[in-house]
Design a protein around this ligand. Structure first.
Ligand code: GLU
Length: 425
């Protein structure tokens, strides 16, 4: 099937000129794709931007900008998180929406890709303000989301609490309970066991598999983790339980380091009430940037985008980089790491555990049958291990890095479905 380029809106209008598009282009080259199909995939299918007026506690009204970018629904409903962060932009959300399309396609789960965000620092709002913001944003999106249409989930700055507000607002608006409209919900309203640890668990599984490929094992491996939020903390706890030595972690307050391995269990307890990593008693402090270039076997960026750049990529000492965050490595840095023979487990594989268990949550909800944690983790393990094996095989077969291998598999799957479905009209 061929589509004329003229039918596609100017790709520059919201297509991020970064990782997502460049990797799509590289994959398209390897797969010899028709450029007109690539042009369709470069741009999101739908973009919704709304203003969200919120009455603040002091009686004044503040207006926030909210976005939901729906990149593709070729393989199923749009799927992806909703982030609250003060520097959220439409461009960033567009890139992340595209990543979700590839992530879901790579894992073989029946979803397209989306991402949403509100430009707000959630820590600057009271609980009541946050709830009003979330409910108003949901009500603005009520015709754009739904269990068969677009299913939000937690992301940076959001959690099960916000998902419960979204579920309740959506359900109130349609007149009956619709748990399937979001994933990452609290257990009491249809959430899945294992969802809170899922992204960390996925990162653990991919790391374990990658180490095994090099005849190494987790026990004794040294690991540095940037970010100690939902993802970084879960990953750290899981790595430590497997006998890996987590030598450094950081959050916004800075990093801490112990070459003999930090006591992650104590640290996790310590930060639970909102304390900062840098205040952990007895810790040797290191700057956040220094964590990335520490001597260790595995570096796990688990915070936000663009952390490994052309400025620090040459200084990285880890042999493996496990992208638990989305897009933590810039394009230039990715090239440098490739040149230096550092193995990068790409985000669309390494952090896919979250959306995989979102999928398992959605399946459990739709079938009104809930599983124990063992069953959830077993299904997650199966999907992650087989995705890693496919990516490795593709990389070896085509002599390309893991990221490009993952993109070729994901993009290939979406393009095939697109071609089979055809273009309407
Ligand atoms: N926000 C997570 C991600 O970037 C999870 C998305 C989801 O569960 O839909 O993959």
């Amino acid at each position: 099937m061929t589509v004329s380029l003229e039918q596609v809106p100017n790709p520059a209008y919201i297509c991020p000129d970064d990782m997502a598009c460049s990797n799509l282009d590289r994959a398209a080259q390897v797969l010899h794709l028709d450029p007109s199909i690539v042009a369709v995939l470069r741009v999101p299918k739908r973009v919704v931007t709304v203003s969200i007026p919120v009455r603040m506690d002091n009686g004044q009204i503040r207006v926030f900008a909210g976005h939901r970018v729906q990149h593709s629904n070729v393989l199923g409903p749009y799927k992806g998180g909703l982030r609250y962060r003060d520097d959220v932009t439409l461009r960033e959300v567009s890139a992340l929406a595209m990543l979700m399309t590839w992530k879901c396609a790579l894992l073989g789960i029946p979803y397209g890709g989306a991402k949403g965000g509100v430009a707000v620092d959630p820590r600057s709002l009271s609980l009541g303000e946050l709830e009003r913001l979330t409910r108003r944003f949901t009500s603005e999106l009520v015709r754009d989301i739904g269990p068969q249409l677009d299913i939000p989930a937690p992301d940076v700055g959001t959690s099960a609490r916000e998902m419960a507000w979204i579920m309740d607002t959506y359900s109130t608006s349609v007149g009956h309970a619709v748990p399937g409209v979001v994933t990452g919900k609290p257990l009491s309203i249809g959430g899945s066991r294992g969802r809170d640890m899922a992204t960390g668990m996925g990162a653990l599984i991919t790391t374990r598999e990658a180490l095994a490929t090099a005849n190494r094992q987790l026990a004794g491996t040294t690991i540095a983790i940037q970010g100690f939020g939902k993802v970084g903390r879960a990953a750290a706890e899981l790595f430590a339980r497997q006998g890996a030595r987590v030598v450094a972690v950081s959050d916004g307050s800075g990093g801490i380091y112990d070459p003999d391995g930090l006591n992650i269990e104590h640290l996790a307890d310590f930060v639970r009430d909102g304390s900062k990593v840098a205040h952990f008693p007895g810790a040797k402090l290191i700057p956040n940037a220094g964590l990335l270039t520490l001597a260790c076997d595995v570096l796990v960026p688990a915070a936000v985008e663009n952390q490994i750049t052309d400025k620090n990529a040459r200084l990285i000492q880890a042999k493996w980089v496990v992208e638990a965050a989305n897009a933590p490595t810039t394009l230039e840095a990715d090239r440098i790491l490739e040149e230096r023979g550092i193995i990068v487990l790409p985000d669309i594989l390494a952090n896919a555990g979250g959306v995989v268990v979102s999928y398992l949550e959605w399946v459990q909800g739709l079938s009104y049958l809930f599983w124990d944690e063992e069953k959830v983790n077993h299904e997650l393990e199966k999907l992650m291990v087989s995705a890693y094996a496919r990516v490795l095989q593709q990389a070896n077969h085509l002599h390309i890095p893991l990221r490009l291998a993952a993109y070729t598999l994901a993009v290939g799957r979406v393009v095939e479905a697109f071609s089979v479905r055809g273009l309407y009209p």
